[in-house]
Design a protein around this ligand. Sequence first.
Ligand code: GRF
Length: 203
Amino acid sequence: MSVGVGVLVSGSGTNLQALLDADRGGRLAPGRVSCVVSNRPGVRALERAAAAGVPAIVVDHKAFAGREPFEDAVHEALVAHGVEVVVLAGFMRVLTPRFLGRYPDKILNIHPSLLPSFPGVDAQRQAFDYGVKVSGCTVHFVNAELDAGAIALQECVPVLPDDDVERLRARILEKEHVILPRAVQLLCAGKLSREGRRIKISS
Ligand code: GRF
């Protein structure tokens, strides 16, 4: 039995691509990417989904009167495609507790810093400007607080003496593409269990 994975995106979709590649290579099993939903029309992520033969759906937040009707439309699309696990892969909208309550412990997000350092937008620049020597990325469960849910996986990268933000961003992104599919596979396989904030990984 496969586990339907719905990926929510807003932009370029390189993390989505990592998920699609993992799926094609059998590295997401029992997870299967069953649909991709973008809140922005015309983004590259939609092309990636279509190229992989995965339903690519636009639910434009601007077409709705508020967050809840927007989320209801997203939920409807996910239900229609048998989604059990939701992945936020560069999805730039904050979800309401009402939506989160529909997928308890089933929504993962990828964030480009070692949380709890540097939550929020442009985490790579925040880390670079702060002057840290090590940064990285985090896959975490999504709760009602921004970038604050229980941590599933993290990976670190060095900040090198001659770095600029773009080089650091690229180094982190490479690791994102490794840990996101890995975390999704573990969740789909029932290998992530939560005790409070602590996530246990079973082999
Ligand atoms: C990534 O850096 C991710 O960590 C952040 O948004 C970016 C999305 O990039 N949440 P992409 O669309 O997957 O290329």
